[in-house]
Ligand binder design. Sequence first.
Ligand SMILES: Nc1nc2c(c(=O)[nH]1)N[C@H]1C(S)=C(S)[C@@H](COP(=O)(O)OP(=O)(O)OC[C@H]3O[C@@H](n4cnc5c(=O)[nH]c(N)nc54)[C@H](O)[C@@H]3O)O[C@H]1N2
Ligand SMILES: Nc1nc2c(c(=O)[nH]1)N[C@H]1C(S)=C(S)[C@@H](COP(=O)(O)OP(=O)(O)OC[C@H]3O[C@@H](n4cnc5c(=O)[nH]c(N)nc54)[C@H](O)[C@@H]3O)O[C@H]1N2
Ligand code: SF4
Ligand SMILES: [Mo]
Length: 669
Amino acid sequence: MSGELRVLGACPLDCPDTCSWVVTVEDGQAVKMRGNPDHPYTRGALCVKVNRYLEHTRSDDRILYPMRRVGPKGSGRFERITWDEALDEISTRLRAIVDEHGGEAIWPYLGTGSLGYLQGCEGVAGRRFWNVLGASKHWLNICSAAGSSGLFRTQGTAGGMDPENFAQAKLILLWGTNTLTSGHHLWKFIQDGRAAGAYVVAIDPIRTRTADQADQHLAIRPGTDAALALGLLNVVLAENAQDEEYLAAHTEGWEEFREEILNHPVERVAEITGIPAADIHSLGMRLAHTRPTAIRATMGIQRHEGGGTAMRTIAAIPGVTGDWRHPGGGVAYSTSGHVRLNIDMRDDLLAKPVRTLVMTKLASQLDDVKCLWVYAANPMASTSDTNRIRRQLAREDLFTVVMEQFPTDTVDYADIVLPATMQTEHADLHAGYGHMYLLWNEPAVPPPGECLSTTETFRRLAAHMGMTEPSLFASDLELAEDLLSGDHPSLAGITLDRLRKEGWVRMSYPEPFAPFADGFPTPSGRMRFPRAGQAYVPSMTAREARPGALTLITPASHTFLNSTFGNNPELRRRAKDPVVLVNPADAAARGLESGRRVRVHNAGGEFLADVEVSDRVAPGVVASPKGRWPKLSPGGANANAVVAERDADMGKGPVYHDNWVELSPCDGP
Ligand SMILES: Nc1nc2c(c(=O)[nH]1)N[C@H]1C(S)=C(S)[C@@H](COP(=O)(O)OP(=O)(O)OC[C@H]3O[C@@H](n4cnc5c(=O)[nH]c(N)nc54)[C@H](O)[C@@H]3O)O[C@H]1N2
Ligand SMILES: Nc1nc2c(c(=O)[nH]1)N[C@H]1C(S)=C(S)[C@@H](COP(=O)(O)OP(=O)(O)OC[C@H]3O[C@@H](n4cnc5c(=O)[nH]c(N)nc54)[C@H](O)[C@@H]3O)O[C@H]1N2
Ligand code: SF4
Ligand SMILES: [Mo]
């Protein structure tokens, strides 16, 4: 058809699947977007959220022009200004802050709104500019840091199985992961495995839609996963099913870890985890006698005080069973450890070393910050302890700039708002964290209004501030060439030309892939088992289990992607009002019935939700999905009002699923 164009792109959202998409452009308008049928992982499907992406790009509330605040902080009242005015004001304020307080008083707070290597959090976005200015560094630990460090300690990398190899597994554990909601493309491979006889077990305190589809669901007490791992291995040892050859060749610390396992007989583990001993035993038997066993363990497990340890201990399982010998065996947390692009953060541009500020500590680390620069993030919705963050953002001495697509709660606190492009409007390079492909996103249409990409915004700002460092002005294509220019073997044969033509290319790893069949990327080349006493650290919820208190879990929402789409009318309609799932026993004890609106509260704050009485959650556990915009929620708050700014045991990760709450009827005492 004349005037019709097919443009290949990639989903930028923080989801393991990083889908390849095809945008149909007619007469300069993007008229259709669908999953790329040729991509081996996307297999032609996007998801319930991104099926609305094009509609979202044209949303009435899209931010199209630079704006300056005219009302009090938090009011969301702005006037339109020109880019020149915006860059003038920003330049003046940044210079003054650097002169008076030093560059470290600037916090470039970059979130996960896009995982792009150009425009988003995985790569260069603005970092060269911040280094020239001497701004504080930003540690993006909001999502997976605890689990990654746990895995790193055991394996030397957070990378693991190729998820496509789940099709070869004979036993599949879906452990703290809600596949059908948070990255559904894996499901086809699980189904392929099933068709060849695999048995699927979901281990989750909630009977999720994924658990519904599994052969078996174990409703574990939150924060006790490390103990379960030890209990399962206890059965493996009792069956003498450990892989002695693999243990001897590729692991260290086995004698000590073995003792730890022997200290965790099934009955003890049943007491800790709340899972019946018979179920632990039967799963232990399956684990002992089924090769290969594939474990999909993702972020749910590690959003706990003991989360790093839990992941570290789960990662030890295939070291004992020898599952890493087989492509269909091992642990799949994230494939990002296999992505070896040439990422140079250009620290050489720093005049002197600077401090690092921690994303999850926004509420407490803003004290001596004078400029908060938020991009691809929505901390007022997504970061812990939002009441304290709100007080900080209201400070008159804080200069806040937000680069955004939509008028979020965070935007409401900005002094200057800069309009940001969406994925169909800018170029980017992507890798999945749940598959083995690199992807190129070609812009399909020009940006609406005066929106600019992240890279272009920083190029213009650098020029406006009179900076002369040449690398600040590298074009998107030059940046992409740089990223692909590394000499790691996984990049062999992958050029920008090829990516632009084909849309995606598999990284050069063997297929099928058994990454640790011959050892690990640790200093000794061996898996490092946890030391005795370090294998199981009970999380807050496990440690303080006390009658009457409820553990709040705030998992992925089916209809939102973190807070992205939280303003989309159709997805909001589908999501209905916020709910909190409550076990019938806990509901009865509080005189609550379904539909009753409650305050979910603790010392940190409260949010409102409607009770849904349900045996999907075990007694003592309540659940309310993440991603709501506070200002679009009843009471003006979401679940992060009750999530404490407390560190997990590793990586300073957040504890989104590890907080005590109480429920009180809104109309009651
Ligand atoms: N639809 C949708 N998809 C998403 C997202 C989204 O918001 N919406 N978010 C994206 C992002 S940023 C990420 S990081 C991932 C997150 O997605 P997942 O990795 O799936 O992580 P969560 O949703 O936090 O938790 C997964 C499951 O872990 C369970 N869980 C909680 N505590 C425990 C525990 O102590 N032990 C065990 N065994 N299970 C536990 C929860 O009940 C939940 O069902 O998904 C991505 N995909
Ligand atoms: N209670 C609770 N809270 C959680 C979690 C949980 O499990 N429970 N999960 C956490 C997890 S896993 C994560 S990853 C974080 C995510 O938290 P954040 O990193 O803050 O991500 P989002 O909330 O999705 O906000 C991203 C914003 O970036 C904007 N954006 C998207 N693309 C671009 C772009 O190209 N340029 C610019 N300038 N802006 C863009 C979007 O419009 C959106 O408003 O949330 C965490 N929050
Ligand atoms: S959010 Fe995930 S499943 Fe949906 S289109 Fe993006 S990558 Fe694919
Ligand atoms: Mo995340």
